[in-house]
Design a binder for this molecule. Structure first.
Ligand code: PBG
Length: 326
């Protein structure tokens, strides 16, 4: 009679909708990115990321313990060193800020939180690029692989469960896997930032880590070009062949098509990074009263899962975990 009414029947009550939901967002889907800065006594707010701070060693411990209590399964650490140099040597200094923070956190939370370490040198180089510069000012791929190997070993020595190379150098996963295996860290996993685009959505992150690329430069010579989706699949396949345990698409919302395609192609755990600019846009619009920030935030995270991600790196982790706990 009125067959067009069929689809509305299952939307009538909240419980019906809950019963037939195809996608669920849970606390287990969340990974919290955390910034830890050397040489500060108080946490420093990041203006372009409201609610996010550069932590001291001690405030980091407290925050990660709170995340553990909320059931958040993992954090990923980014360090801001007190001094930077052309090679980014604080990235592999055993007493570098991320390495000491990893030891603190292992002591604080044991195995109750998966400790991931972003593996790159842009936070540590004085020129702000993700690798070693050659004589022409472009990033030397193979020289960079050597420093990534040192950083991987330093992070694993300090207790990282997962190294997450984000520099988009060719061969980085194979290089890091070899270095980890040779140093007795066969159990340390690799989450590869495989399809990482040269996005304009990383601006607030660069404020958070005090990075400016020398001469107003960019990362287009190593990160992926936004028009390309098939190339993302090439990146993913290459990283898996090199030994990646998990792969990532980044950013998330502007690249949901890429997440969906990758999900279709591979069966390993797939991460998506809801990046700083994506978070900042929601916060800015919400602060203006233009959107309901919490509702939009949850809708964003759900969309990323619906596209096929298994877990999400997001500055919303704490708030989402609190909301999910009811
Ligand atoms: C590189 C790195 C970046 C982000 C994560 N790892 C910055 C970049 O590539 O310029 C960006 C994350 C974000 O915007 O939230 N170490």
């Amino acid at each position: 009679m009125f067959p067009e009414r069929r689809l509305r029947r299952l939307r009538r009550t909240a419980t019906l909708r809950r019963l037939v939901a195809e996608t669920r967002l849970g606390v287990d889907d969340l990974v919290a990115p955390m910034f830890v800065r050397q040489g500060i006594d108080e946490p420093q707010p990041v203006v372009s990321l409201p609610g996010v701070v550069q932590h001291t060693r001690s405030s980091l411990r407290t925050e990660v313990a709170a995340l553990r209590d909320l059931g958040v399964p993992a954090v990923i650490l980014f360090g801001i060193p007190a001094s930077k140099d052309p090679e980014g040597s604080e990235a592999w200094n055993p007493d570098g800020i991320v390495q000491v923070a990893l030891r603190d956190l292992r002591d604080e939370v044991g195995d109750d939180v998966v400790l991931m370490a972003d593996l790159c040198v842009d936070e540590y180089t004085d020129h702000g690029h993700c690798g070693i510069l050659d004589g022409n000012g472009s990033v030397d791929n193979d020289a960079t692989l050597e420093v990534y190997q040192r950083a991987a070993v330093a992070q694993a020595d300090a207790g990282a469960n997962v190294c997450a190379p984000s520099g988009m150098m060719d061969g980085q996963v194979a290089a890091i896997r070899a270095a980890l295996d040779e140093s007795g860290h066969g159990d340390t996993a690799i989450l590869a930032y495989s399809a990482k685009y040269a996005s304009s959505l990383y601006g607030p992150f660069r404020d958070a880590v005090d990075v400016q690329i020398v001469g107003g430069g960019d990362r287009k010579g190593y990160q992926q070009d936004p028009p390309n989706a098939r190339e993302a699949l090439e990146e993913i396949r290459t990283d898996l062949a090199e030994g990646a345990d998990m792969v990532m698409v980044k950013p998330a919302l502007a690249y949901l098509d890429v997440i969906a395609r990758v999900r279709h192609e591979v069966d390993v755990p797939l991460a998506a990074y809801h990046v700083s600019g994506e978070y900042a846009m929601v916060e800015a619009a919400a602060a203006n009263g233009w959107i309901d920030g919490d509702a939009v935030a949850m809708e964003h995270l759900l969309a990323i899962k619906r596209a096929g991600a298994d877990f999400i790196l997001t500055y919303l982790a704490r708030r989402a975990a609190e909301a999910l706990a009811g």
